[in-house]
Design a protein around this ligand. Structure first.
Ligand SMILES: [Zn+2]
Length: 82
């Protein structure tokens, strides 16, 4: 079984997590780091940390680390899918 809602536990994820102090770059509230920190899978799906493009790819933003930040998945969707 794969884990579609697991956060990407990469070096970049860890670096961004540390520099943001575990807080969403869009709303400023804390993000759960692991599925077991939230009660329901539906909550996790909305609150899990996701990579957000600071400058949207649609506007020419890159996938480079300096254009990425962590945000709640729901905040990311509201903004317009990175
Ligand atoms: Zn947020």
């Amino acid at each position: 079984m794969s884990q579609p809602f697991a956060p990407p536990e990469t070096a970049l994820f860890n670096t961004l997590w540390e520099s943001q102090g575990g807080q969403c770059a869009l709303c400023g509230r804390p993000m759960p780091r692991h599925r077991f920190e939230v009660a329901h899978a539906t909550l996790w799906k909305k609150q899990r940390p996701s990579f957000d493009h600071i400058l949207a790819k649609a506007r020419g933003g890159s996938d480079r680390p300096e254009n990425l930040q962590l945000a709640h998945a729901a905040c990311n969707w509201r903004k317009g899918r990175g």
